[in-house]
Design a protein around this ligand. Sequence first.
Ligand code: FCB
Length: 429
Amino acid sequence: MDPFYWGLATSAFQMEGFVQNDMTQWEALGGFRQDGKNPLYQNGAAHWQYWQEDYRLLASIGVNAYRFSMEWARIEPKRGHYDQKSLDHYERMLDTLLKMGIEPFLTLHHFTHPVWFHAQTPWTSEAAQDVFCSFAEMLIKRFASKINYWITFNEPLVWVLAAYGDAKFPPGKNNVTEMIHAFLNILKTHACVYDRIKSARPLARVGLAKHFIVFAPGRKWFAADRSLADLLHGFFNKMTLDAFKLNRLKFRFPFLFNFDEPVVLNDKIDFWGVNYYYRMYSAFKLNFRRPIHFFFKDAAGHGLTDMGWEIYPKGLGQILKAVARSGKDIFITENGIATTDEALRMRFMDEHIRQILSARQNGLPVRGYFYWTFLDNYEWLEGKSKRFGLVHVDYANDFARKVKPSAEHYARMIAGDCAGKAAPAKNKI
Ligand code: FCB
């Protein structure tokens, strides 16, 4: 049987702290307003400072893989100038992981940008491709020999929706045409980075982490809501996968938008990273400005998370089947729950992992599972109020760490290797 990776997923900005980027700038300008409150970043989980202690915890959980990103703003605080101290710091982290026998999965872009980026070379401009690809190339030159698994972008469609569709993330735009342009430039940049990684390290595996949602009709009896759920599935889940095969990004959403653009991707992707969290309901409503209403409900009886999301493990099985049609390997690059109820978190993990095991039994090429996330940390729109971590962080007490029962649960699961055939594989490539 093929090796299986048991991991944890993180992103640099959400946990590291001690950095200025477009998100901290956005926060300072009052851009984040959720329920009238401003989620305060306050150095995330201070991982930049406490990473050695954190890595000891990581080792104690027994993972054989770890997904993390390097903070672009920290490395390139001024355009074209790379900060060697930060790169050295990341190299120490990387070497420590390798010494512990933990396979690094590096994400190159996870939502954040240096402060200069949106003003000088926003994703709507072609220049962004070159800027990001050059940054990536520098990292590739330095780290290619140590990293087998690369994730170019995290949830690019979610990011463009938040940044250009809904003004939630910087640069805070609300324009579908710009959103599609930004998305096309990101996809083209993915292809550029893919080529650079392959020429430095032909056997490296390069993927993209994509958010998948199970869409359900708000009113099952209403044909329009049923078609809406299908349309959303097509747009959100399928369109990007298809673009890799068709070299076109196209979608028609009646009355809302219609595009069909060339994008040369030539199927340049070795694996799909699946980020899966929930099922979502949608319904049409009589509101010209916001004609679609999205909501969650506890339809399956598993409960809602502290984010208000429906727990729907079966959905993961459905998504895995759909993604497997791409013919590519699959890693679950994120799956997790915001809760303070540890019994619920453990059930959540068990139920989702059960879906993975059965997908593997059915022959689907699912190669790894990364629980989101390692430490409680900063959540984009909610700040510190949502706790996804397997390790508790006491923000009021100098970020003190405390392992939660769910971390021990995961450790036992990994030790017992519940995938059976999931023997740890170290630096296989
Ligand atoms: C995903 C993001 C990740 C985290 C989880 C909860 O969409 O990729 O950074 O915030 O949601």
